[in-house]
Ligand binder design. Structure first.
Ligand code: MTE
Ligand code: MO
Length: 318
């Protein structure tokens, strides 16, 4: 048996720290856009100027509880996506979201709350402090990534609209617009994509509405301009490109539960003990790594969220 020992010369571009690639890519873009003279005048200022033009989100505060696991490179985070509004292949969103324009965009707050209404996205996010939070993400298809999200704790947003006592669940809806999402002309899913959380899940400090990643505005394929991120649940709970948040007394319908109820429940917590009917959930493939790793209960966030589910059997799909 041949045992390969990695030499420094074996290091591929994809293994170099993702942030380095990210910065180099930006510098490269800056050179391309501003002309050959830009680098001669000093690469750093040129890159910085370009960052401002490409939607750099200023002033995001680093969240102290972020995981320090190695980040998944930006190129992987933006080219291996599930976003059925842009097609069903993992590569479709990057290709088909290129011309999607996430402006104008409004978010509607509806249902059992003191304040409801429709808000322009930029007004909607303005009152809050942005945080950079590095989260492990785990897909039900048994792959995972580590993503530096920029977002707002959902609890801060919920408190602002003052849900009433009858609000037990929060429902989310993706934009339904066949002009902007032509794929919605096809019956791939029962459009619009919908998701929901129990109020205590929505209020949990881990739950955020993301508006960016790697310090920039969200790439279209990752759910621009605003999407849910719930790191202890399978990826499909993290609904993209949302236009509506409603407070309600009853459990909202959720897209994958409607589509295949025997495979996907409402709660969908990451549980290595509960096999998906067609494959195991015990291990996962971290994108960019060779060996599979064991999947952790609640995707490693058990300490923060296990107390929400004391009445549930972790070996069953809910
Ligand atoms: N509107 C919408 N949201 C969606 C999906 C989708 O098809 N449509 N796919 C989900 C699934 S299955 C996953 S794994 C995550 C992927 O998010 P990412 O591409 O940013 O990693 O988005 C989720 N949110
Ligand atoms: Mo997923």
């Amino acid at each position: 048996m041949l045992i390969r020992i990695a030499k420094p010369s074996d290091v591929k571009t994809s293994d170099i720290t993702p942030k380095t690639i990210f910065m180099n890519r930006r510098a490269f873009l800056a050179t391309g856009a501003a002309g050959a003279g830009a680098l001669a005048l000093g690469a750093v200022p040129a890159a910085a100027a370009m960052l401002a033009q490409t939607g750099k989100l200023d002033g995001a505060v680093k969240w102290p509880l972020s995981t320090d696991e190695e980040l998944t490179p930006l190129s992987k985070i933006t080219s291996y996506n599930n976003f059925y509004e842009f097609g069903t292949d993992k590569g479709d969103p990057e290709r088909n979201a290129r011309f999607f324009n996430p402006r104008p965009w409004s978010v509607e707050i509806a249902g059992a709350a003191k304040t409801t209404g429709s808000f322009d996205i930029d007004e909607f996010v303005k009152p809050y402090t942005l945080e950079e939070r590095v989260y492990r993400m785990r897909c039900v298809e048994a792959w995972s990534m580590v993503i530096p999200w920029v977002g707002i704790p959902l609890a801060d947003i919920i408190k602002r609209y003052e849900p009433t006592g009858s609000a037990k669940f929060v429902a989310f809806e993706t934009l339904f617009d066949t002009k902007r999402f032509p794929e919605q002309n096809r019956a791939t899913l029962d459009w619009p994509y919908v998701e929901g959380l129990r109020m205590d899940e929505a209020m949990n400090p881990l739950t955020i509405l993301a508006v960016g990643l790697y310090g920039d505005a969200l790439p279209n394929q990752n759910g621009a301009p605003i999407r849910v991120v719930v790191p202890w649940k399978y990826g499909y709970k993290s609904i993209k490109s949302i236009v509506k948040i409603s407070f309600q007394e009853t459990m909202p319908p959720t897209t994958w539960n409607i589509q295949a109820p025997q495979e996907y429940g409402f709660y969908s917590n990451v549980s290595p003990a509960a096999s998906h009917p067609r494959w195991s959930q015990a291990t996962e493939r971290r994108i960019g790594e060779f060996f599979r790793r064991d999947t952790l209960p609640y995707n490693g966030y058990a300490e923060e969220v296990a107390s929400l589910y004391t009445k549930m059997d972790p070996s069953k799909i809910f």
